[in-house]
Ligand binder design. Structure first.
Ligand SMILES: [Zn+2]
Length: 443
């Protein structure tokens, strides 16, 4: 890092990370896995829909030989190779390599891939610690279902619990859309719910009331284990337009899903998840438990509907009088709805914003978004985050976030918007203080 005026030496606390998270069935891989995953969108957009679904089903069930044979026959390797070449000019590719060089030294691509794989296999927590140290990160909030607090000490790695697994106790209507992303989110949600039921030592309760008791006691237990906040990732599986529903309507949806025919209308799933979101968030409000909400675009493969991830769809929830003191953080910069976030945080004093994910996907845009947010909003609203479980991307995202923030602050001082001391103060607010205040945690 060179010539940072306002952010140099200011400790960072990452508001949205996935440090330590391994998806069910995921294998240890090197840093090339990130670009290979991003290549799936290119593959999906160039092979027959049914072939793609069959290929991904084989991949995900671990049937390597069959998956490989099908991949060859439908041309997957050539499509992945083409995608990797086209991705080479993206900020993501640059950030991945910059982070790898910072951690492993200046080596050729193939060696970096192998070194990153080996470093994960040898001591993943140790590698992450090194990434935090290199980037001046004091700690991270990590979105993870469970964490081994021996390997990932709470002082540096504070877990965040998704509430989505609790919202769909009867799964989802059959997936008929493109891609594999939404079905994977659904599978992960139900996997986590099963695990929480198992930890509670019960099967799925028979009534909505009993189920609500289970959900809140499960969240209370996780809180007592060190979870400091909640997250909603449901934009990947449904629209963000959560609506308050009456008790009778929620009971009817539960009954339809619990006892009805196999194909229950999608509306029943929607009503039940609407009801459960409000029940959980009322609890979070009373407990002072902050909630992060995914807004804006999704992964590089079809699934999330960008139009229904518009943060303005959250207005019925944000405007609910019972949730006026809920600590909400709308995450990922909401791209392409960043200005919608600005307007929401302007109107709702309990709403904060983070620009996680942006630093390793965007270059100039990060500065433009920060400029708009910091000029218009009070100093307590904006937080830095990386949105990665990759130590390499953690290092580069944090460096890039510091650089973008520094540029905006320097420009603000240069044009006499802020004094030097205000710029220093903003650097500290964005890099850690706002998070520490909202989550009531120390550095
Ligand atoms: Zn994330």
């Amino acid at each position: 890092m060179t010539s940072l005026t306002y952010t140099d030496g200011v400790p960072a606390v990452d508001h949205h990370s996935h440090a330590g998270y391994v998806r069910p069935g995921q294998r240890i891989a090197g840093l090339d896995a990130y670009e290979r995953e991003n290549a799936l969108g290119h593959v999906e957009g160039n092979v027959h829909h049914d072939d793609y679904q069959r290929y991904m089903a084989l991949e995900e069930s671990g049937k390597d030989e069959e998956a490989q044979a099908l991949a060859e026959s439908i041309g997957v390797p050539a499509l992945v190779a083409a995608s990797l070449r086209f991705q080479s000019t993206t900020v993501h590719a640059r950030a991945l390599r910059d982070g790898a060089r910072a951690l492993y030294g200046d080596h050729p691509e193939a060696e970096l891939v192998e070194m990153s794989r080996q470093a994960r296999a040898d001591d993943f927590p140790g590698l992450y610690d090194r990434a935090l140290h290199l980037s001046g990160t004091a700690g991270v909030l990590t979105d993870i279902p469970e964490i081994d607090s021996e390997a990932w000490p709470h002082r540096r790695y504070k877990p965040i619990a998704r509430i989505d697994p609790y919202l769909y106790p009867f799964g989802h209507p059959r997936w008929q859309g493109r891609g594999s992303d939404t079905p994977r989110f659904r599978r992960i949600f139900s996997h986590v719910l099963d695990r929480q039921l198992e930890r509670a030592g019960i099967a799925l309760p028979g009534t909505l009331g009993e189920y609500e008791d289970f959900v809140l006691s499960s969240l209370r237990r996780r809180r007592s284990e060190g979870f400091v906040g909640l997250k909603i990732a449901s934009a990947y599986v449904r629209p963000l337009s959560f609506q308050r529903v009456g008790r009778a309507e929620a009971e009817a949806a539960w009954a339809a899903l619990a006892g009805g025919p196999r194909e229950v209308p999608e509306a029943a799933h929607r009503v039940l998840s609407d009801h459960l979101v409000f029940a959980i968030l009322e609890w979070a409000t009373a407990e002072g438990m902050p909630v992060q909400i995914h807004t804006g675009f999704g992964h590089a493969e079809p699934g999330l509907r960008v139009a229904t991830a518009d943060p303005l769809l959250l207005e019925p929830l944000l405007a609910d009088p019972a949730l006026n003191r809920l600590k909400v953080i709308l995450i990922h910069g909401g791209f392409p709805y960043s200005s919608h976030l600005t307007a929401l945080a302007h109107a709702y004093g309990n709403v904060h914003l983070d620009f996680s994910w942006m630093p390793y996907l965007h270059h100039h845009v990060v500065g433009r978004v920060l400029e708009e947010w910091l000029e218009f909003l009070p100093a307590d609203r904006v937080m830095y985050g990386t949105d990665t479980g990759s130590p390499e991307l953690h290092v580069s995202a944090t460096e890039r976030a510091r650089a973008a923030l520094d540029g905006v602050l320097a420009e603000g001082v240069g044009s006499r918007l802020w004094s030097t001391s205000q710029a220093c103060w903003l650097a500290e607010r964005v890099l850690h203080r706002n998070l520490c205040d909202v989550y009531e945690v120390g550095l």
